[in-house]
Design a protein around this ligand. Structure first.
Ligand code: PMP
Length: 407
């Protein structure tokens, strides 16, 4: 009986959020969860999302019927174009199939589940993640019975990419391993490979007949340029890889709780690619049906309204630049405040890293000291969500870091 069920540890990130909420100090700063905040530390409903909601409200034909198993067709087709580019050969050659999912988490899960059923390898099937990665990757893949490993990624010395370590590890992984890659704005480090490095990564993956699996949760958030942030995925597709793509609209549309996401399976060019993809689609539909039956409608309708309308799309791009621009401003401000104060250590990585997060290099001890002394909340690995900083708290935060580093 259930008496034998052991207590599981609390989710570290959601536990941190709860601790922040309990803290009654008015100076408290939340740099934990990766959700965009405006300059007043408030959640930001994108103006374009409000416009899309107006459009939806006025549509007399909308109802609350079920969506199809694979989701809203105009949403999944627009999602393909967004990630691969409208003129992608994979779309033209019908080498891609896509299902709407429960945000990015659901997309990673559906891909992992599909691979657990249909991806055959000679040795034990293993998924490789960057060290460190979004912790949920481990749980999602191991839940479907795929064993997990890591490849080196972050160099503690340079606070940049450990490229040699990464390549070496992918090279020595058993042939046919699943290599999970963050398409851009790597979580938690904010460190991405350069285009030249991506090309080498692609070469090694091809050489070893590995299976690349892209997780893209920050398109448009990293550089403010949608095509630029999808460069790595598009390059791999150009090289003819078969791949899975898990796409989230949580961050780039601010639709966190609406759970809008999409899973794509792309097969390599071949004479029967279209029939391969149609068989894959039939299996994915069965998996989806047994798990969620069909996906939630509201968030996908909002994203789809924007993605399929030229003017709203342009407004969305402007909103993305507002978010990425404010984050870049905060990076510059934080770095210069720490450098001006002569805070021990180097701080160039703060502006060199990109996207939602910065891996500060603060030790666990310093992180805990910041929490106790200054009511600043960040994950124990020293990651800060840059969006939690603003013109009102950045001075306070920089001084708190200075104090913790000197302690
Ligand atoms: N992958 C990565 C790397 C992420 O950072 C996130 C969000 N934290 C996700 C996937 C999925 O998030 P969601 O399910 O909210 O879309």
């Amino acid at each position: 009986n259930a008496e034998t069920v052991p207590q599981a540890p609390e989710d570290a990130l959601f536990g941190l959020m709860a601790a922040f909420r309990r803290d009654t100090d008015p100076k408290k700063v939340d740099l934990g969860i990766g959700a965009y905040r405006d300059d007043n530390a408030k959640p930001w409903v994108l103006p374009v999302v409000k416009q899309a909601e107006d459009v939806l409200r006025k549509d007399p034909n909308l109802n609350h019927e079920y969506l199809p198993i694979a989701g809203l067709p105009e949403f999944t087709s627009a999602s393909q174009k967004l990630v691969l580019g409208a003129d992608s050969p994979a779309i033209k050659e019908k080498r891609i199939t896509s299902l709407q999912t429960i945000s990015g988490t659901g997309a990673v899960h559906l891909g992992a589940l599909f691979l657990s059923k249909f991806y055959k390898t000679k040795s034990e099937r293993t998924a490789y993640f960057s060290d460190p990665t979004w912790p949920n990757h481990f749980q999602i893949f191991s839940n479907v019975g795929i064993s997990t490993q890591t490849y080196p990624y972050f160099s503690k010395q340079t606070k940049g990419l450990d490229f040699e370590g990464m390549i070496g590890s992918i090279k020595s992984a058993a042939e046919g391993s699943i290599i999970v890659l963050h398409a851009c704005a790597h979580n938690p480090t904010g460190v991405d490979p350069t285009q030249e490095q991506w090309k080498e990564i692609a070469n090694v993956i091809k050489e070893k007949k590995h299976f690349p699996f892209f997780d893209t949760a920050y398109q448009g958030f990293a550089s403010g340029d949608l095509a630029n942030d999808a460069w790595a995925i598009r390059y791999f597709i150009e090289q003819g890889f078969e791949t899975c793509i898990a796409q989230s609209y949580a961050k780039n549309f601010g639709l966190y709780g609406e759970r809008a996401g999409c899973f794509h399976f792309v097969t390599s060019p071949s004479s029967d690619a279209e029939s391969t993809v149609s068989r894959v689609a039939s299996q994915l539909a069965i998996l989806q049906r047994s798990e969620i039956s069909n996906p939630p409608a509201y968030g996908a309708r909002i994203a789809s309204t924007v993605l399929n309308d030229k003017e709203l799309f342009a407004e969305w791009e402007a909103n993305l630049r507002t978010m990425s621009g404010r984050i870049i401003d905060m990076r510059k401000a934080l770095r210069s405040k720490l450098e001006e104060a002569g805070t021990p250590g180097k701080w160039n990585h703060i502006t060199e890293q990109i996207g939602m997060f910065s891996f500060t290099g603060l030790t666990e001890q310093q992180v805990l000291k910041l929490r106790e002394d200054s009511h600043v909340y960040m994950t124990k690995n020293g990651r800060i969500s840059m969006a939690g900083l603003n013109t009102h708290n950045i001075d306070y935060f920089a001084k708190a870091v200075d104090k913790a580093v000197r302690a």
